[in-house]
Design a binder for this molecule. Structure first.
Ligand code: NAD
Length: 351
């Protein structure tokens, strides 16, 4: 065995129902006294109790999915004008993404309080969009210094978003099995992440305000993101990135639809991943485990339902082929990739 694994430095706090005190403690631990709170107007009520416990100098509400450069520019100027010395983000991946964009140019530390299962809070990856082009990059400055997971903040997440966002986290785990830098530590974290998500998500579906199920799902989502940050984007994320950018598809839902097709495509060529994923689900095969979870959750099925045009299959083929890592477990050809995309577009059952 020979590999090099890098662990990202970050404090992680689980504190169900106690984020106001836990965030205040993190801000104090970083020696900060001028906090900029980033939370969209849709997440205002979740952020209000936290606003009351931190040394607040500014609330910033302009949050837009995929972080347009103009939006990032306004947030950076606001941080500078207010003399902020720490960023506190309360919201989903879009909100965390804006805090990262500010940290990228200012170097300010972030205390991230996630309200979805997207996992951006545990990665050093930033994303910015200019026109229709989304650029991503890796920078140590954007990794939140602290993460506070408060399950109570996810009791308001609508059921459909819980399912899509939870399956987005599951996709981080699956791609971590064969991403370009995947190592045995990533695979172990991802396997435990799948186990936690496969337990937590049905619990949340059955009891959307139950903190135990949400916390289990958050734990899985965190492990998923840690594994993914180390392993890097594999075939699944490359497909979703191209489709999302070309057709402006909703992020989490696109992942939820595409995942079973990529797993079925790669699993026969990746026996260790297949065995780990199957074991994590407690199922005979990886595909059967995912299919059973998706049935329980009534997961979204087809890209056409998300607004992707049918002729998009042909248009996306070359950009996706160029993006997929060369060492993907299954050999990729125009024919088998087109068949995969067609099936995901139509929602064709896999078996
Ligand atoms: P999002 O942040 O856009 O949130 C989706 C919707 O849910 C929004 O309307 C939001 O207001 C609402 N919402 C969020 N939390 C809620 C709650 N608790 N209750 C009620 N409503 C709530 O979506 P997302 O899926 O969390 O994040 C997607 C973005 O994150 C994409 O831009 C994606 O590229 C990025 N992302 C980045 C990384 C990374 O490592 N950099 C990882 C994952 C996702």
């Amino acid at each position: 065995m020979r590999f090099t694994h890098q662990t990202l430095p970050q404090r992680v706090v689980f504190a169900a129902g106690e984020s106001p005190a836990a965030v205040a403690a993190e801000v104090a631990a970083h020696g900060a006294s001028r906090a900029m709170l980033i939370a969209s107007d849709r997440e205002k009520e979740l952020a209000d109790p936290i606003a009351g416990t931190i040394p607040l100098v500014l609330r910033h509400e302009e949050v837009v999915m995929h972080v347009p450069v103009e939006v990032a520019g306004r947030a950076r100027r606001a941080a500078g004008d207010a003399g902020a010395d720490i960023l506190v983000s309360v919201g989903g991946g879009s909100t965390t993404g804006l805090a990262k964009a500010v940290a990228l140019t200012t170097g300010l530390p972030i205390v991230a309080v996630p309200t979805t299962y997207a996992g951006s809070e545990a990665t050093d990856v930033w994303g910015l969009t200019e026109g229709e082009t989304k650029t991503t990059g890796v920078d140590a400055r954007v990794l939140p210094a602290s993460v506070v997971y408060d399950a109570a903040l996810l009791t308001t997440l609508p059921g459909e978003l819980t399912v899509a966002s939870g399956l987005n986290a599951l996709a981080h785990c699956v791609d971590s099995m064969w991403g370009p830098r995947a190592d045995p530590i990533d695979r172990a974290l991802a396997q435990e992440g799948i186990r936690a998500l496969a337990t937590g998500l049905p619990a949340v579906a059955g009891d959307p305000t139950g903190l135990t199920g949400i916390e289990q799902t958050l734990y899985g989502a965190y492990l998923a993101a840690v594994a993914f940050a180390s392993a890097g984007s594999g075939m699944h994320h490359k497909i979703c990135h191209v489709l999302g950018g070309m057709f402006n598809l909703p992020h989490a839902q696109t992942h939820a639809v595409v995942l079973p097709y990529v797993l079925a495509f790669n699993a026969p060529h990746a026996p260790e991943a297949e065995a780990r994923v199957a074991r994590a689900f407690g199922a005979d095969t990886a595909n059967a485990g995912l299919a059973a979870l998706r049935r329980t959750l009534d997961a979204p099925r087809a890209l056409r339902d998300l607004g992707m045009p049918e002729d998009g299959i042909a248009r996306a083929l070359q950009p996706i082929t160029r993006a997929i890592p060369a060492d993907n477990p299954a050999p990729v050809t125009d024919e088998n990739l087109a068949a995969l995309l067609k099936a995901a577009w139509a929602g064709t059952p896999i078996d």
